[in-house]
Design a protein around this ligand. Sequence first.
Ligand SMILES: O=C(O)c1cc(=O)[nH]c(=O)n1[C@@H]1O[C@H](COP(=O)(O)O)[C@@H](O)[C@H]1O
Length: 309
Amino acid sequence: MINKLTAKIQKTKAPIVVGLDPMLNYIPKHIQEKAFKEFGETLEGAAEAIWQFNKEIVDKTYDLIPAVKPQIAMYEQFGIPGIMAFKKTVDYCKSKDLVVIGDIKRGDIGSTSAAYATGHIGKVQIGANKIAPFDEDFVTLNPYMGADSITPFIDVCKEEKKGLFILVKTSNPSSGDFQDQMVGDRPVYELVGEKVAQWGETCMGDDYSYVGAVVGATYPEMGKTLRKIMPKAYILVPGYGAQGGQGKDLVHFFNEDGLGAIVNSSRGIIAAYKQEKYAKFGEENFADASRAAAEDMIADIAGALEAAK
Ligand SMILES: O=C(O)c1cc(=O)[nH]c(=O)n1[C@@H]1O[C@H](COP(=O)(O)O)[C@@H](O)[C@H]1O
C-alpha cells in the first residue's frame, strides 16, 4: 500500500489527504432534508445524510487527490448506522482507487490490538471463509501503551501489505503535556520517532516503509527534527487549514525527493463552502467549493516547496 500511496502522490502531484470528517452542521440543508424525509430525524437519517455528503465530495475531488482519511468518531457518533456509513465511505473511496486511511487511533494490550488489526486491516477467519471486515488501506495508531500494542498491527501489515500511521507528535495545543516531557536529554516524541523508524525497517516498501508517523503541521520545528529521525517513514501531517497550519510550515516535513509527507485537511475542505473565500459557490454547490479548496491547498504546498528549493 505504501508503494501505491507514493505512486498516487507522484501521479496527482498532490501530497494531500481529504479528511472525511462529517458533522451534521456541515451538511447542507437540502441533503439533510432529503435524508430526514426518507429515514426521519433518526440515526439512520443522519447516517444517510453524511453518506450522501461524502459521496458528493468524493465525486468532485477523487481525480485530484491520492487519499482520504475518514475519522471513525465522526461516524460512531451516529451509532450502528454511522458505522455502516463509515464502511460505505471506505468501500466507495476504494472503488474510486483512492487510498483510504482509517483514522481509528487504536492501541491496546497485545491480544486486543490483534483483534483491532484483524478488524480494520486484516482478515477474520469464519469457518472456511476469510473475510476483511473494514478493509482500510492504512490505520492510525496511538503508541503510548508501548511496543506490544503496535506489533500485532505490524504483523498484519506484513501479511496484508497494508500500512500504519503512528502518533508521534500530535497537532493539538496540549500535545506537549506528555509528548514533550524530557527523558534524559531527549523529548518523548523523539524517542517514539526512533521507535517508529525501527519498526519501519522491518516493513519496507520500495522506498518508504509501511510504518508511517503522524506529526502535526502546527509544530514545524519538531517536524524538521522528526523528518531526520525517521527518513523512511511517510509522515501524515494533520493541522493544515482549520488548525492554522499553512504551506510554508510544511516544507521540512518532506524529504529532498519531494516525497515523504502527506498533509491532511478535513474541515478546511469538506466545509469549504462555509468560508468567506468559497461562499460564492453557495450551499447547493458545496462539493465544488471543496474541489476549489483542494486545488488551492495543492497549489499552496507546491508553491512553498518550490520557494524552498
Ligand atoms: O491522526 C490524525 O489524523 C490526527 C492527529 C493529530 O495530531 N491531529 C489531528 O487533527 N488529527 C486528525 O486530523 C483531522 C484534522 O481535522 P481538521 O482540523 O478539520 O483539518 C481530524 O480527523 C483529527 O482527528
